[in-house]
Design a protein around this ligand. Structure first.
Ligand SMILES: [Fe+2]
Ligand SMILES: [Fe+2]
Length: 348
């Protein structure tokens, strides 16, 4: 059986099929940025760089019109990555590899798929609200978010298809995602607030889980779903890391505010509150995961052990994101959530 530590063959097979995350290090290595105005006076929908006309109504009134509210370097490169990595739930998933599963395993897989269908909708819906409220001068940010919306639509679609593909069907609506649907992520009014909560914390945790998809997959179709979604999710997380990195360097006066968002995200990650982390403690999804990881309802104890290792991996990858964005001072100065630090140290 695959373990959290032993996933080499999974990714080797993925690479043979063209999966590649090397672009993530390219984003780190070559930080480039073109010059756009610090404050945008464009409120007519004019294409950035084009010649203005004076007889156009000022209908834009964009909420976000300063660079330090939305910007990140390298978003154009990231956008091209988005475009070249699109796939189809209809043609790129080997659905015919799904065989009949024991009822408890099928039910758990369908419960997890129901969760993802629900949260993937939020992950497209919420960033979507910000796109039309940004000045067109910052079109690279808009393009990256538009591409995220397309990815999330596909995720919603593929998990819905999985729930319906093998006789299980859609299971219980997740009632604990109060911090996602109608909660703090959903209610974010500010882009950095949204990005910290969604890209860094929420999607970061989901990314770790997708990367470990082989552990909870029972056929090649499910493995393909998790691999494809992991690659997409890495780009969404990259939007957040690149934005926070920009903020750290060019808007240091907002660092304390950002640390406040991270305090809140960490508390949710540590306690499972809000239900946005499918591997969170005592949630409907973590029960389903324990069944899938252990191999059945009678093996949930084994499943819980693997789940613990997954939580440790989530914290490790979160700390790596903090470091990459320049906010890892909180790990060393006592601000980081103590429960997360304990989990991290227990894994070391
Ligand atoms: Fe997603
Ligand atoms: Fe996402």
């Amino acid at each position: 059986m695959a373990t959290v530590q032993n996933r080499t063959s999974y990714w080797e097979r993925a690479k043979e099929q063209g999966f590649d995350l090397s672009w993530l290090s390219q984003l780190e290595e070559s930080v480039t940025g073109k010059d756009v105005d610090e404050v945008s006076r464009n409120d007519t929908g004019r294409v950035e760089g084009s010649i203005p006309r004076n007889n156009v109504p000022r209908f834009g009134a964009y909420t976000f019109r300063t660079k330090s509210e939305v910007w990140a370097h390298n978003l154009t490169k990231l956008y091209h990555e988005f475009v070249t990595r699109q796939w189809s739930s209809a043609t790129d998933i080997p659905w015919d590899t799904i065989q009949e599963l024991p009822d408890d395993v099928e039910a758990a897989q369908c419960q997890l798929a129901t969760f993802f269908a629900q949260v993937e909708f939020v992950a497209s819906d919420v960033p979507g609200r910000f796109i039309s409220s940004m000045s067109p001068d910052y079109h690279e940010v808009r393009l990256a978010l538009l591409a995220q919306v397309m990815d999330e639509s596909r995720h919603l679609d593929v998990f819905r298809k999985r729930a319906l593909a093998n006789g299980g069907g859609l299971m219980r609506m997740i009632d604990t995602v109060s911090d996602v649907v109608g909660g703090s992520t959903d209610n974010a009014r500010e882009f950095t607030e949204l990005s910290s909560r969604l890209h860094i914390t929420g999607e970061g945790n989901v990314l770790t889980l997708f990367r470990l998809g082989e552990l909870m997959a029972y056929n090649e179709a499910e493995k393909a779903i998790y691999r494809r979604c992991a690659q997409d999710e890495a780009r969404h997380v990259a939007i957040g890391v690149l934005h926070l990195r920009y903020m750290n360097e060019f808007a240091p006066d907002r660092r304390e505010e950002i640390h406040g968002y991270l305090d809140e995200g960490e508390a949710r990650q540590a306690t499972g509150a809000g239900g946005e982390n499918p591997a969170g403690v005592n949630t409907l999804t973590s029960e389903a995961l324990a069944v899938l990881l252990g191999g059945g309802k009678d093996k949930v104890e084994e499943g819980q052990k693997i789940l613990m290792a997954i939580r440790q991996r989530q914290v490790k990858e979160y700390f790596q994101r903090l470091k990459s964005a320049g906010f890892d001072d909180r790990i060393h100065n006592g601000r980081v959530n103590p429960a997360l630090l304990e989990t991290y140290q227990a894994a070391a």
